[in-house]
Design a binder for this molecule. Structure first.
Ligand SMILES: O=c1[nH]c(=O)c2ncn([C@@H]3O[C@H](CO)[C@@H](O)[C@H]3O)c2[nH]1
Length: 331
């Protein structure tokens, strides 16, 4: 019997539809520019949140990055300016990202504006338009995603996947020993999202702290033929100085680009399944607590009978670094 070969086209997987929920942010900028260079991804929207900067600045920076990448076709939708429960954050990470979120490089005002539709409504609309097909890559606090969950009982089943940068599993946080910045930004929202029943992958700093560029590698990026090389080097100087000061390392952690790569090639990570709950207040506000034991607890716990998520446990850091370099250095 002759072998039946599939036509070439049908073997090529259609690009994954993603919405990037982001608070740019230097490593967010890296992740967005990386996404622009990734044929596996079809970016159907960018939505904005607060954390590294306030939401309005995140919107300006997202528009600026689209302009830089020649991607003014991508709609940018502004998200909540407060936490899900209406708290205006007094903690903005300008000490990590600079006053403008882009290492005090003062980007020009964008020519384009955000669309009128808010981020949670944009999520809901796209999840209905393409049921099961849209992946949200959530690079900041989860207020927008939680709002969509609360407003739409079908959202968790309609959304294809949510890949979250956040949490610290079996390691300390980066805001304080208990909490990682994105979860700390809106712990209640994170708890709602993690238990909503959607297909969720969580990439915590237990994994992202294994992926970094050294100062020498940043110089290689600058001197490469990649179209964003010098830009990335310039915006990252501030972020680099923060790492030298806070961690005593001559390198920068690649949190957001690593998370973007989980959308491109999830096989570069291993995962454990279980229920994640988030401490909503107190000294451990923002702590992510993962139950992946098969223990039959003597009494019912707040982890019982809730949907499981996948938590990244290991990462192929050299492969991630290589993918970043290949795409950002134009090699
Ligand atoms: O508040 C913060 N403190 C940090 O030390 C820190 N380091 C990185 N980040 C940002 O938060 C996410 C990872 O926890 C990423 O988007 C970093 O840019 C930080 N935010």
């Amino acid at each position: 019997m002759p072998q039946v070969s599939m036509p070439e086209e049908s073997m090529v997987r259609a690009p994954k539809k993603i919405i990037i929920d982001t608070d740019p942010g230097i490593d967010d900028a890296m992740a967005i520019l990386l996404a622009f260079e990734s044929p596996e991804l079809d970016i159907i929207g960018i939505t904005t949140t607060f954390g590294n900067v306030r939401t309005t600045m995140a919107t300006n920076n997202a528009l600026h990055l689209c302009e830089l990448g020649g991607r003014d076709d991508i709609p940018v939708s502004q998200g909540l300016e407060t936490s899900l429960r209406g708290q205006l954050k007094n903690r903005i990470a300008d000490f990590v990202h600079g006053q403008d979120g882009l290492g005090n490089t003062h980007p020009p005002a964008p020519k384009r504006s955000a669309i009128a539709q808010s981020a949670p409504d944009f999520f809901r609309q796209k999840s209905k338009e393409y049921p099961g097909e849209v992946t949200i890559v959530a690079l900041g606090p989860l207020s927008n995603v939680a709002k969509a969950v609360e407003d739409d009982p079908d959202f968790a089943k309609n959304i294809g996947q949510i890949i979250v940068l956040g949490g610290n599993f079996m390691v300390n946080g980066n805001v304080n020993p208990a909490a990682e910045a994105n979860i700390y930004g809106d712990p209640e929202a994170a708890d709602i999202v993690f238990t909503c029943g959607a297909d969720i992958i969580i990439i915590g700093i237990n994994v992202t702290h294994q992926v970094f560029f050294t100062g020498k590698e940043m110089e290689e990026v600058r001197d490469s033929k990649g179209k964003y090389g010098k830009y990335l080097y310039d915006v990252s100087k501030f972020y680099f100085a923060y790492h030298q000061n806070a961690y005593d390392i001559d390198a920068i952690y690649l949190h957001d680009p690593t998370t973007m790569i989980a959308a491109i090639d999830p096989s570069l990570f291993t995962y454990a399944k279980g229920v994640v709950r988030v401490q909503r207040d107190g000294i451990c506000k923002g702590l992510t607590v993962f139950n992946n034991t098969s223990k039959k607890w003597a009494e019912p716990t707040d982890w019982c009978n809730l949907p499981e998520v996948k938590v990244a446990m290991t990462v192929d850091a050299p492969a991630i670094s290589k993918m970043m370099k290949d795409r950002l250095m134009g090699v």
